[in-house]
Design a protein around this ligand. Structure first.
Ligand code: ADP
Ligand code: MG
Length: 627
């Protein structure tokens, strides 16, 4: 409405003010539940029961056993900007969830609200009612347990336009359920129930245990044991900041994007910085379409974070986002590195289960051909039974013949009987010094693809390409991080014309670009590239530079930039790695094993696939039913 007459300026009607405030905070039932539960938590409750009808659209009840509200204060609780939670008027030292003092009046302005409460000092409870911002009933005595019960009916009845934006009861209920799970994770010492008119959705008890196990139990209850068994708990600390939580192992593939829960100072948040750090930590150990499971609790000095960035308080603003990011990222990476050392156990169990299941299908050895593709090639007779003669042939002539046929001197897999001291091949490393290596000693290569290694009777099977890929990648990562990328000089410098924007970017990021292994001179709007990373020799240098500049336009944090470039370089590295089909001798195989032992994340390739499986002696015995 635009008029040419000057309209008088008036104060907004208080109910309207509350409705406007409600517009910012209350979008759907989920927000009401969040405000009410946070009030209950602020009141020190240890048990919180939530009830919804129609996904909360028609009725929400939150009942707690907290401190309660004195009868004389009930009407205050429903008035705007009235709070008991900023004792010293310091907005940057807030320990409670609430502090704006506007949730209850806002909700009461758009719905029908009844609050019943009883404090420890009261013999009875009191109840107050408000409909659409109008007081309907002042504090009146009622029978009540200690604590507070807030009921919210007919959400948005006073602002029908908003009502139209609500989704189906099922959707709204799903949102609330998700929220309650988050709140329950952040408060593992508080019991929660979530019920609807029809059934109990969540019943999260506090098991009678110490505070150390509270979180573990709550994680099991909220995420299911099946998920938590595939996760690792971790924690890390630095001055003024700490993080703890649980993340899934690189080999776990059952995660959904919704299985990521983040908290800052116990508040449920959606924080881009933390989400990116998480994504980044898994970038080279998880396949792209997979999601890690993560529950992250960040604790940070209240002076380092603004919790007031948004009325519904799910967004926070860190004073030093870069610090938070690098702290979260390094903590997660360390936890993953630690965990990846343990992942192969689960794999072996899987392998044994798989093989055993395979064998259950076969009744007996004699009924089916011995599953030996290579030996079949030597015996075209097609006999179907496995006789003693076969066994002799396998141990003796067959094996020997295949080695003789092979031009490579790596055939060390010979029966111990045959394999005596005097026959020892000098290429094979001496046994005595081998047994300290975690990945054992290479025995042979199969299909020019897998290395078979032995360690104290355990069998270790290594996928050589997957392993080499990780080695190359980690090497590159180290080179980038330590600014020591080997370069190679171009025969003729590559001259590339640039836009003003490009020149500005290059000047600004000169050091980063050089750290990546590019050496150049700038002549006005032309760049002359003189050296490039050795790994990228022979690539289209112009295109490479374009990519680089594009990247700098979109993102600007130098660390991110380096890491992203590394990912790109690694795609290239992947092609130069040792491949399946490359024949190796024993010394080469052992060298690869030794490198794996001293390389982080060597249990997975860059794409999250395992690089080796270990069958411990016990597993092998199980396979042959010796156990
Ligand atoms: P805020 O939480 O920001 O202070 P609210 O409008 O949510 O504002 O609540 C106003 C006040 O009512 C709170 O400061 C608190 O003193 C009181 N209150 C609200 N809910 C509860 C509850 N469940 N138990 C005890 N006190 C409560
Ligand atoms: Mg509140």
């Amino acid at each position: 409405m635009i008029t040419t007459d000057a309209a008088p300026i008036r104060y907004l009607d208080p109910i309207l003010v509350n409705q406007i405030a409600a517009g910012e905070v209350v979008e759907r039932p989920l927000n009401v539940v969040k405000e009410l539960v946070e009030n209950a938590l602020d009141a020190g409750s240890t048990s919180i029961n939530i009830t919804l009808y129609e996904g909360g659209k028609t009725y929400i009840k939150v009942q707690d056993n907290g401190a309660g509200i004195a009868s004389s204060q009930l009407s205050m609780a429903l008035s705007r900007h009235a709070t008991s939670k900023i004792p010293d008027n310091d907005l940057f030292n807030i320990q409670s969830f609430g502090f704006r003092g506007e949730a209850l009046p806002s909700i009461a302005s758009i719905a029908r609200v009844a609050i019943s409460s009883r404090t420890k000092n009261d013999d009875t409870g009191y109840r107050i009612k408000m409909d659409g911002g109008e007081l309907k009933q002042d504090a009146t005595p009622v029978r009540s347990d200690f604590g507070t019960t807030v009921e919210v009916s007919d959400l948005f009845y006073a602002t029908p336009v908003r009502l139209k934006f609500l989704k189906t009861a099922g959707t709204e209920q799903a949102h609330v359920t998700d929220l309650v799970k988050k709140l329950a994770l952040a408060n593992p010492a508080v019991a929660f129930t979530l019920e609807t008119d029809k059934k109990t959705i969540l019943d999260l008890k506090v098991h009678d245990q110490t505070s150390i196990t509270h979180l573990k139990n709550r994680l099991d209850d909220v995420l299911s044991k099946q998920v938590t068994e595939n996760c690792t708990l971790f924690n890390a600390k630095r001055e003024g900041i700490s993080i703890k939580g649980m993340i899934s192992l690189p080999t776990f593939s059952g995660g959904r994007a919704s299985d990521q829960y983040m908290f800052v100072n116990s508040r449920v948040v959606r924080d881009k910085i933390m989400m990116n750090a998480l994504k980044f930590a898994y970038r080279d150990i998880l396949e792209h379409n997979r999601h890690p499971v993560a529950v992250l609790f960040l604790e940070i000095d209240p002076f380092m974070v603004d919790l007031n960035a948004h009325p519904n308080k799910t967004e926070v603003r860190f004073r030093d986002g870069q610090l938070v990011r690098s702290f979260v990222l390094s903590s997660l990476s360390e936890a993953l590195r630690e965990a990846s050392r343990n992942t192969t156990n689960a794999l072996a169990a899987k392998a044994v289960a798989y093989i055993t299941k395979e064998q259950e299908g076969r009744s007996a050895c004699s009924a089916t051909p011995f599953p030996r593709a290579s030996s079949a090639a030597f015996k075209p007779s097609g006999r179907t039974s496995f006789s003693t003669q076969d066994r002799h042939q396998f141990q003796g002539s067959t094996a020997v013949r295949s080695f003789q046929d092979d031009p490579m001197p790596f055939a060390s897999y010979v029966e111990p009987k045959v394999y005596t001291e005097t026959h020892r091949d000098p290429v094979v490393p001496v046994m005595a010094v081998e047994h300290d290596f975690p990945l054992g000693s290479a025995r042979c290569q199969i299909d020019a693809t897998y290395i078979v290694s032995e360690k104290d009777g355990d069998l270790i099977l290594v996928d050589q390409h997957a392993a080499a890929e990780r080695l190359t990648y980690e090497k590159l990562k180290n080179q980038i991080l330590h600014k020591a990328i080997p370069r190679s000089a171009l025969l003729l410098p590559e001259m590339i014309d640039l836009s003003d924007m490009d020149v500005a970017l290059i000047t600004e990021h000169e050091q980063d670009i050089q750290n990546l292994g590019f050496v150049f001179d700038l002549y006005g709007k032309t760049i002359s590239l003189k050296e490039v990373p050795i790994l990228l020799e022979g690539c289209d240098v112009k295109q490479l530079l374009r990519d680089l500049l594009n990247d700098l336009t979109v993102h600007d944090a130098p660390v991110d930039f380096l890491m992203r470039q590394m990912e790109k370089l690694s795609t290239h590295a992947c092609h130069t790695s040792l491949r399946a089909g490359d024949v190796m001798n024993i010394a080469q195989m052992n060298a690869l094993l030794r490198q794996m032992e001293s390389t982080d994340f060597s249990a997975q390739c860059n794409h999250g696939r395992p690089t080796y499986v270990r069958l411990v002696k016990k597993d092998i015995e199980k396979l042959f039913e010796r156990r």
